[in-house]
Design a protein around this ligand. Structure first.
Ligand code: UDP
Length: 337
């Protein structure tokens, strides 16, 4: 069997998936341009998994460098993680997002067709559901009316996959819509890194816990939710990693384009998450209520039935593990990176 190519394999979900794939015996190749990641992550993948993946520092928009990866390796499947992920930034810099989050998928799919690679797994997002749907979200709900360019880019790539699956019926596309990835590897060696501003609630909670910010800004306490703060579906990054393995296994036996939600189907508000973090880690998180963040939804959580029934995947790690592992990583990462 050929290798699995991970684009953005040094990123948050990519690095954890790399570790789990190596542990399952897959041959892993990573392409990453290091724009929001660090070579130390490759060392740490090796430390945990016991094997160093082949690595290419390449930008997916550069055809020549990308083709080299396909020429030098026998690639069986591609898992496409690479992309920018700051939702707020995507509103300020839409062109940057369309260029970096759509073009690389086209470049990759072209190379896959050219070199006969038939299986593509894509990191999509719950952001594609937009404000017109009521949670829990099911995969067949209408999408596209996203509140930000980040979500729109995800939807565009999904549509490219759907179109290509019609034109190339011998290919398989597995679209995984992540809800809110959080947590970290329990070793404390892998977790979410960011070169500029952090962009998830858990990263900000950790920054406050580290004393780097005096308090957490909670964006809105007047939503129509039980405590007035936004509700999300947090899912441990290691569960997401196993979701990709289930996706690859499914791609081995099926053709066409298949969409799955990867979440837990459990709704936690911002205040719920703070409370659990404080309890499991014994740290107070001071907070202040501020105005709603533009484009935020009151609540977003998954219906996880399809992933369970079709892929046999269920997220196993609870919110306590997510808070514990995120904090372990936040405390140690500065010694590592
Ligand atoms: N949030 C917050 N303060 C922060 C960051 C996030 O109150 O500093 C809230 C945000 O409004 C949302 C939830 O936390 O209700 C999750 O936000 P995140 O950016 O992690 O994910 P997304 O909004 O993309 O689902």
């Amino acid at each position: 069997m050929g290798a699995i190519l991970l684009t953005g394999g040094l990123g948050f979900v990519g690095s954890h998936t790399g570790v789990e794939l190596i542990k399952e015996g897959y041959d892993v190749i990573i392409v990453d341009n290091l724009s929001n990641s660090d070579m130390k992550t490759l060392d740490n993948i090796e430390k945990i998994a016991g094997k160093r993946p082949r690595f290419y520092e390449e930008d997916l928009c550069q055809e020549e460098g990308l083709e080299k990866v396909f020429l030098e390796n026998k690639i069986e499947s591609v898992i496409h993680f690479a992309g920018y992920k700051a939702v707020g930034e995507s509103r300020e810099k839409p062109l940057l997002y369309y260029k970096n989050n759509v073009l690389p998928a086209l470049m990759l799919l072209e190379q896959m067709q050219k070199h006969g690679v038939k299986k593509f797994v894509f990191s999509s997002s719950a952001a594609v559901y937009g404000p017109d749907n009521d949670a829990p979200y099911t995969e067949d709900m209408p999408t596209g009316n996203c509140t930000n360019p980040y979500g729109k880019c995800k939807r565009i790539v999904e549509e490219i996959c759907q179109d290509l699956s019609v034109a190339a019926p011998d290919m398989t596309f597995i679209i995984l819509r992540y809800f809110n990835p959080t947590g970290a590897h329990e070793s404390g060696l892998l977790g979410e890194t960011f070169k500029s501003l952090p962009n998830s609630l858990m990263s900000y909670i950790c920054k406050v816990a580290l004393g780097e910010c005096r308090y957490l800004s909670i964006f809105g306490n007047d939503y129509p939710t039980p405590d007035g703060t936004g509700i999300r579906d947090y899912v441990h990054v290691l569960d997401l990693a196993t979701g990709h393995i289930k996706g690859l296994e499914y791609a081995d036996k099926n053709r066409g384009c298949h969409i799955f939600n990867l979440g837990r189907g459990k709704a936690y508000s911002v205040l719920d998450l703070i409370k659990v973090f404080e309890q499991v880690n014994g740290i107070q998180i001071p907070y202040l209520f501020e105005a709603r963040r533009p484009g935020d939804l009151a609540l977003a959580y998954a219906d996880c039935k399809k992933a369970k029934e079709v892929l046999g995947w269920v997220a196993e790690k609870d919110i306590e593990s997510m808070c514990k592992d995120s904090w372990h990583w936040a405390r140690t990462k500065w010694d590592i990176l």
